[in-house]
Design a protein around this ligand. Structure first.
Ligand SMILES: Nc1nc2c(c(=O)[nH]1)N[C@H]1C(S)=C(S)[C@@H](COP(=O)(O)OP(=O)(O)OC[C@H]3O[C@@H](n4cnc5c(=O)[nH]c(N)nc54)[C@H](O)[C@@H]3O)O[C@H]1N2
Ligand SMILES: Nc1nc2c(c(=O)[nH]1)N[C@H]1C(S)=C(S)[C@@H](COP(=O)(O)OP(=O)(O)OC[C@H]3O[C@@H](n4cnc5c(=O)[nH]c(N)nc54)[C@H](O)[C@@H]3O)O[C@H]1N2
Ligand SMILES: [Mo]
Length: 665
């Protein structure tokens, strides 16, 4: 992006017109980022908590006091309980390699702290995609313009991936049809040629049903299958078990629509699928992604420019992560071995139940677990433990920050150096600071560098500059990255990974080359199947009878997870519960009513919006609100569970049964 600076102050942010994917415009939320940059609510000084945990009362201290105290506490906790009693917690605040996973990793590895399994976003889908293709990448966004049929499958393109939208507009101008498959008919669905209301968590069944039709009607690409796949006959037998009538009952999509969709998908060329992470936040999330990702293999669509499928591109960023993160430092820690791994989705249990050793210190940066982690009541209970020492590095005073013992002020991406990967395109990017860091804010890299010095960590890597770290990352022999230099990145700012020759489209599986030992896509039909989520309309009967509604809490168009939760307009949007008239009427609820939404794990208050954007039986809460903006200090994650996905150990935010009632106050 580009910034205009007047008298040392940023006055305008714009997209860079030369960028081949973002092409000169910003999404609505980042276009307003300067409001955040200069917000009076920015955290500017280190602080120590004075009130109770959660109250949010703090007093200003100096950096020396803050760092001395953190170093002393971490040292004494590690000495008494073992270093694994220290848990780092970080995720999506920054997509930068350095601020998101650089000096921090080195620091915690050398300390011997528990390692965090960062599963909260994409782990299930990643596992499913790798099972299907062997890699975590697919069709380039730029090639969608050549498609004649585009399926947005659990992908709110206008809301969460708006830079793909102009390519879809271009395709449609050239006659392409655009369909959405989603339990929520959002803005993207409203603009589609056809919307399929699918029952949450049933996507694998739909994909298997489409395969059934494709194979029964002989619409598969026999040549592609013969050359580049194995196990087709088993697949044929397996999908035989998924006739349209059965799939209709499982998905809520009529049998004739399933048949037409399958025929159209197999015969209109090129056909591109944009699946996104929405559909893998369910108990069968990995299977859903796996089954959908097999569709372009079955039809040979990977051969077409403008065909194939895109879930993520992140697997192409084959930089030298070990050189950045230095996992080898674990062997220099007092532990002298690899430390235990804690799944970030299970933070509630980790804080309340983990033993040998218990979690005694928590260091949070780039994340707001009090808002975004499931089973919020357990998370908050853990964060309120009086024997837990919590450090939070933040830009704003989130709910998590309110629970810190020491709260440290963080810089924004406009104020620090970083190199960025992406999961929606193939450009590696470098950005230098353009604005001065306000107050006493420091970058994550700097904070962990200072802490390492305080704790006497001698390895020279703790004195690395940002540029040293970037050079370490770029020292990769992988053909996608090899030869890209920091000097070139400084000049160009964004560089396409070397996934294809200049000007050529990246066609990862046009000639097979799947990430398996044989290079063939292995269907492995014996493990391909569908069972409904426990928390769904076809799930556990006892649960369903008490909590009959399926709750999904997808991204809000104007939010960035919980990052912008202090904005009034964002708070209004994320305090809604969308309900179908059928479910509202039977509960005496009309638009504007305050409703209580509850299950056995907890409850929260929202404002009903009765419309036709969801089908009967489904409720939808655009997320993620700051809990403290609500009168009950809870958001929808008070309802979501720690149950993990079928593969990848990811969260099941969208497999969540609830009941809704009109609330008294
Ligand atoms: N505006 C905005 N943009 C964002 C974010 C944000 O918070 N706001 N967050 C960023 C992040 S961290 C991520 S991971 C991406 C996510 O990007 P997306 O995956 O596109 O976003 P989601 O809203 O999570 O889910 C996409 C769609 O899946 C639907 N969905 C839910 N359950 C199911 C299901 O069982 N089956 C099907 N077929 N669809 C289902 C939802 O209703 C939603 O419309 O967006 C990124 N971009
Ligand atoms: N119910 C429900 N829950 C969800 C989801 C959902 O769809 N529904 N989505 C899930 C998904 S996909 C994701 S990715 C997670 C996201 O959860 P998180 O990774 O926690 O992301 P955010 O909520 O955006 O919070 C990031 C925080 O990092 C801070 N930050 C930004 N840059 C920096 C920096 O450079 N340094 C420091 N120290 N801090 C910084 C921001 O101020 C912000 O408060 O939420 C998950 N939770
Ligand atoms: Mo995410």
């Amino acid at each position: 992006m580009l910034i205009n600076i007047e008298n040392g102050r940023g006055s305008r942010l714009r997209g860079n017109p030369e960028h081949p994917v973002t092409r000169g415009f910003l999404c609505g939320k980042v276009a307003r980022y300067l409001e955040r940059e200069y917000s009076p609510d920015r955290l500017l000084y280190p602080q120590r908590r004075v009130g109770a945990k959660g109250d949010g009362r703090f007093t200003r201290i100096s950096w020396d006091e803050a760092l001395d105290e953190i170093a002393a506490r971490l040292e004494s906790i590690a000495a008494e309980f073992g270093p694994e009693s220290v848990l780092p917690y970080s995720y999506g605040g920054s997509m930068g390699y350095l601020q998101g996973g650089g000096m921090d990793r080195r620091f915690f590895h050398r300390l011997g702290a528990s390692r965090l399994d960062r599963t909260i976003c994409s782990a299930a889908g990643g596992a499913g995609l790798v099972e299907a293709t062997g890699y975590k990448y697919g069709t380039e966004p730029e090639q969608f313009r050549y498609a004649k049929l585009i399926l947005a499958w659990g992908a709110n393109i206008l809301g969460t991936n708006v830079h793909l939208w102009p390519f879809i507009v271009e395709a449609r101008r050239n006659g392409a049809k655009f369909y959405t498959i989603d339990p929520h008919r959002n803005r993207t669905g409203e603009l589609s040629d056809k919307h399929f209301f699918i029952h949450p968590g049933s996507d694998a069944a739909l994909a298997l049903g489409m395969m059934h039709v494709i194979i029964e009607e002989g619409l598969q690409d026999a040549d592609y299958i013969a050359r580049y796949t194995s196990g087709f006959e088993d697949l044929r037998r397996r999908v035989n078990e998924y006739p349209p009538e059965r799939v209709a009952a499982l998905t809520g999509i009529a049998a004739h629509e399933i048949i037409e969709l399958a025929r159209e998908y197999a015969t209109v060329r090129p056909a591109a699928i944009r699946l996104n992470y929405g559909l893998q936040r369910s108990e069968r999330g990995a299977m859903a992604v796996r089954a959908i990702s097999l569709l372009p293999t079955l039809t040979g669509s990977w051969k077409d420019v403008g065909g194939g499928a895109e879930l993520s591109t992140s697997g192409a960023f084959q930089v030298n992560k070990p050189a950045l993160e230095r996992p080898d430092l674990q062997f220099q820690s007092p532990l002298g071995r690899e430390s235990r791994i804690v799944n970030m989705v299970l933070l509630g249990s980790a804080l309340n139940e983990l033993n040998n050793p218990p979690v005694k210190a928590l260091v949070v940066y780039n994340s707001n677990p009090a808002a975004v982690a499931p089973d919020q009541n357990a998370v908050l209970k853990g964060l309120r433990r009086s024997d837990l020492f919590t450090v939070v590095l933040e830009q704003f005073q989130t709910d998590t920050a309110d629970h810190a013992d020491i709260l440290l002020p963080a810089t924004t991406f406009l104020e620090h150096t970083d190199m960025y990967f992406a999961y929606g395109h193939y450009y590696l990017q470098l950005a230098r600071p353009v604005l001065p860091a306000p107050g006493e804010t420091k970058s994550n890299v700097e904070v962990f560098r200072l802490l390492a010095a305080r704790m006497g960590f001698a390895d020279p890597c703790f004195r690395d500059s940002e540029d040293d770290m970037i050079r370490a990352l770029l020292a990769s022999d992988h053909p996608f990255v090899k030869g890209i230099t920091i000097e070139e990145l400084d000049r160009e700012h964004f560089m396409r990974l070397r996934v294809a020759r200049n000007g050529d489209p990246f066609m990862p599986f046009a000639q097979g080359e799947f990430g398996t030992t044989s290079g063939k896509c292995e269907f492995h039909a014996e493990t391909l199947d569908y069972t409904p989520p426990v928390e769904s309309r076809h799930g556990e009967a006892a649960l369903r009878s008490r909590f009959p509604l399926e709750l999904i809490s997808p991204k809000n168009d104007n939010s960035m997870n919980s990052t912008l939760g202090y904005r009034e307009d964002v708070d209004r949007e994320t305090s809604q519960l969308k309900m179908n008239a059928h479910d509202a009427l039977s509960r005496g609820i009309v638009t504007g009513d305050q409703v209580r939404i509850f299950n056995s794990r907890g409850s929260c208050l929202l404002v009903a919006k009765v419309d036709a954007s969801v089908a009967p039986g489904v409720v939808c809460a655009p997320s993620t609100r700051w809990p403290k903006q609500s009168p009950m200090f809870r958001n929808v994650n008070a309802l979501t569970s720690e149950r993990l996905t079928d593969k990848g150990a990811g969260p099941t935010f969208y497999s969540c049964l609830v009941q809704v009632e009109k609330s008294g106050d």
